[in-house]
Design a protein around this ligand. Structure first.
Ligand code: HEC
Length: 145
């Protein structure tokens, strides 16, 4: 049951990174960090598939891409209030340019959703990694320490 194993691995990874946020005292900051960590765990799962470290599976790849889109869509609200925490890497520029920040989140959701609907082959996963990664970088370079 490789699909189940892969999904279990992705979930385990999410749980592991969530524990790394123990020093965060503001629950609103914790929630948005956890959302980012879940997105990141999904991207890592696609990355291991792209590199051939786990077998390509069209349905798993599509489900993981859909999960990124879902987290992206649901997590944008977690960033709306200017919540802070000593452990946060969020830059104040987010709340000076919130419309741009939200647009960058929508870019991530759109690229991930398009992958979720179009992946047919391993080559599609491999080709999708760079455009997806660019949506992360476009936001992080402006809005994350
Ligand atoms: C719309 C902007 C935006 C996009 C798009 C975005 N991020 Fe982030 N990300 C942030 C911000 C802001 C933080 C810092 C949050 C904080 O520390 O309060 C962050 C933090 C993170 C973290 C650290 C979470 C932690 O443990 O504290 C990871 C990992 C991460 N992002 C991965 C990704 C990946 C992978 C993508 C692309 C698939 C992505 N992000 C796309 C804004 C974004």
């Amino acid at each position: 049951m490789p699909k189940l194993r892969l999904l279990t691995a992705a979930l385990t990874l999410t749980a592991t990174v969530a524990v790394a946020h123990q020093g965060v005292s503001n629950p609103a900051v914790m929630a948005r960090m956890n959302a980012m960590s879940a997105i990141s765990a999904n991207v890592k799962t696609l990355g291991t598939m792209a590199k051939g470290q786990v077998a390509f599976d069209r349905m798993v790849a599509r489900a993981v891409a859909a999960s990124i889109a879902d987290h992206a869509t649901r997590s944008i609200d977690l960033f709306e209030a200017p919540e802070t925490d000593p452990k946060s890497e969020a830059l104040p520029a987010i709340w000076d340019n919130y419309a741009d920040f939200a647009a960058k989140s929508e870019d991530m959701a759109r690229v991930a959703q398009s992958l979720a609907g179009s992946i047919e082959t391993l080559a599609d996963v491999q080709a999708g990694m760079e455009p997806l990664g660019q949506t992360c970088a476009a936001c992080h370079k402006l809005y994350r320490e």
